[in-house]
Write a protein that binds this ligand. Sequence first.
Ligand code: GLN
Length: 486
Amino acid sequence: MNLTDLSLLQLSEKLARAECSSTEATQASLARIGAVEPKVKAFLRLTPEEALARARASDERRARGQLLGPLDGVPLALKDIFCTQGIETTCASKILKGYVPPYDATVVARLRQAGAVLLGKLNMDEFAMGSSNENSAFGPVHNPWDLSRTPGGSSGGSAAAVAAREAFGTLGTDTGGSIRQPAALCGVAGIKPTYGRVSRFGVIAYASSLDQVGPLGRTVGDCAAQLQVIAGHDPKDSTCATEPVPDYLATMHRGVKGLTLGLPKEYFIPGTDPEVEAAVRQAASEYQKLGARVVEVSLPHTRYAVATYYLVATAEASANLARYDGVRYGHRAQAKNLAEMYEKTRDEGFGAEVKARIMLGTYCLSAGYYDAYYLKGQKVRTLIRRDFLEAFKSCDAILTPTSPTAAFKLGEKTSDPLQMYLSDIFTISCNLASLPGLSIPCGFTKAGLPIGMQILGKPFDEPTLFAVGHAYEQATDWHTRAPAIG
Ligand code: GLN
C-alpha cells in the first residue's frame, strides 16, 4: 500500500507506532506530487529540502519518544495567502511576485511548533477573489476528478492537493465560501471556523470582517486535528477570540442521536442541480436513521446575501489592497514620478477581477454612496445573522448543499461574473453571519463528480459540526473514494 492512500489521522497513528517514518511519508508525498502535479497544478511553489529536513527532525523526536502530537511528521501544504518566513508568498498575484515575508503567519508558526512538515505553497485565485481558481495570475488548478473542470476557488489548490493525495491536509481561507466550495467540488472535507476562531496574523487580507482561516482534509477528523492546532487566541490579532478551544477529536464521536437538523427552505430552489438536491435530501434521511430529527427552517433574507456580500467584500478589499503601491512589497513599475509609479505598478500587477473589485469597492465607499451601499449592506447583514440565530432556536445545526452544482468546466463561467458569483450562493451567508460551516462529500453525480453538503452551526459550535460530519462519514463511504487522475 502507498502511504499517500492514508488519511492524515491514519498516517499519524502509523507514525506514532513507528510503523513508518516521516521521511518515508514525505518522500511518498513528493513522489506523488511529481507524478500528478503536471496535470493538477495545485502548487505554486515546492519546498522539498525544507520538508525533508523537518521530516528528519521529526524522526529524531520519535526515536527519542518526544513526538509533539498528531501532526508531528505529517506532510501538509499551505494556500499561498499565508506569510511564510523566507519563502516567497504571492497570493497568486503578479503584484507580490518576489515578495519574501520576514515572518511566519501565526497559523504557520503553530503548525511548525506542532512538528508538521510543510511541502509548499498552493495555488489560489488572486487575493482569494474567485470561485474557480481561474483568477490566479499563474494559471488555473485542474480538478483531479476531471482535469477539464475547475477545482472551485479561491482555495482550489488546497482542495485539489488533498483530493489528489499530494498532501495529507492543507490550510485555506474562506471569505465567502473559499474553503467549502472547493472542498465540495473536489470531494474532500473543509471547515470555515467561526469568525475570530483562528488568528489571521500574517494572512494576506481580502475582506477583514469576513476572512477566516480553516483546514481541508480527506476526513472530518483530519480537519479537526488541524483546527485543534491552529485555533485559539493570538495576542497579535485583535479580532482573534479568547474563547477556549475544545478537544475537537474527543467530541467528534458524540453521534447525532437527539440532535435536530434544520433544512432551510430557501436553500432548495430552482437553479440547484437536481442531483445535488437529491444527494443532500438523501443525507438528511440518513441522519434520521442515525437518530437525528430533521425539521424545515426558514432564512428569509437569504436572497439578499450575494448582493450584500459583494458590497461588503469589495468595500473592504478596496481598503486592504491600497497598500500594494509598489513602494513596500513585490512588483515596482519603472516610472517618471511617484503618481505614475503607483498607477503603472497597479496596472501591471493586478489582474482584471481584482481591479474590478477595487473599483466597485471604492465606488460604494465614496462620499454620497456610502450610506446607500456600504451602510445598507451592513444593515442587511445584521438581518441575515438574525435569521440564523432565530433558526437555531429550533435546531442544533443546519444542512444545505454547499454549491448549487458539481464542478463546472474551466472557462464555462469566466465571461459571466454573475454566474460565477452565484456559485457561492449557499456559502456566503455563513460568512456574513460570522458562523462556522463544514463541507463534506455526500455523493457523486452520474458523470462521476463529487457533491458536497454544508453543515452550518452556532457561533463557536465547531464540536457539533464535527460530530454531525463524522457520524455521516461513519455511515457512508463517499470520503474514501479517490480520483483516477489521467
Ligand atoms: N468567491 C467569493 C469571492 O470571490 C469568495 C471568495 C473567498 O471566500 N475568498 O469573493
